[in-house]
Design a protein around this ligand. Structure first.
Ligand code: ATP
Length: 202
């Protein structure tokens, strides 16, 4: 099967993530798409919202989509930091018949050459890049030179979505609205559990 892999901290998951995922599913004719919620990404601070909350919000956001699933392959904080090439090697080893697609936003593409073993990532999976506001179009549409053997990159265009988890956390902390930027169920979950409130220890 054609399997899409979309990793992130999803703290919280928002409509930018969901629109990206659906656009890539359609453009690449993906049979399944896993949202991989990362407990401890190598390049971000470790004081994240507990991964159990982030997983639950991702489940709420994707419920009812027949192709979307939540993967816990990077959800164990003790086994982190989680490097994408290792996750991909594991999935490729366990699912040798699958064709893998690795979804990223254009800001992640700009970082990609600084990741651990980026060429291995691009050999194991087709990297699919989606535009993001704030990232220059030329950067967003150009594959970095990662050496021989890498698969051609794919570029998928979506209406620019100026939503980020950072901005959403700041909004909640300031008592501002996040309605229509996250699914209604995620908004309710954040309120119910008091996530992201100023001074909230979750
Ligand atoms: P934060 O603000 O906490 O850094 P984020 O909103 O960038 O979070 P992540 O969970 O880090 O969300 O993102 C996972 C992936 O989704 C990354 O590859 C990122 O580039 C992509 N992405 C997130 N938001 C958007 C968006 N609005 N448009 C396009 N791509 C996005």
């Amino acid at each position: 099967m054609r399997l899409g892999l979309f990793g992130g901290t999803f703290d919280p998951i928002h409509l930018g993530h969901l629109i990206l995922a659906e656009a890539c599913r359609e453009a690449c004719a993906l049979d399944r798409l896993w949202f991989i919620v990362t407990a401890t990404p190598p390049h971000k601070p470790t004081d994240r919202t507990p991964v159990a909350h982030r997983l639950e919000m991702a489940r709420i956001a994707t419920a009812g989509h027949p192709a979307f699933e939540i993967s816990e392959i990077e959800a164990d904080a003790a086994s982190g930091p989680h490097y994408s090439y290792r996750t991909l090697e594991r999935i490729a080893g366990e699912r040798p018949g699958d064709e893998l697609y690795f979804l990223i936003g254009a800001d992640s593409l700009a970082d990609l050459p600084h990741w651990r073993e980026p060429a291995r990532v691009a050999r194991l999976a087709t990297i699919v890049v989606v535009n993001r506001p704030g990232i220059d179009r030329a950067v967003a549409c150009t594959a970095p030179d990662l050496g021989p053997g890498v698969r051609p990159f794919r570029f998928v265009e979506i209406p620019p979505i100026g939503i980020s988890s950072t901005e959403l956390r700041a909004r909640v902390a300031a008592g501002r609205s996040i309605r229509y930027q996250v699914p209604r169920g995620v908004e309710a979950y954040i309120a119910e559990h008091g996530l992201y409130r100023a001074g909230a220890g979750v």
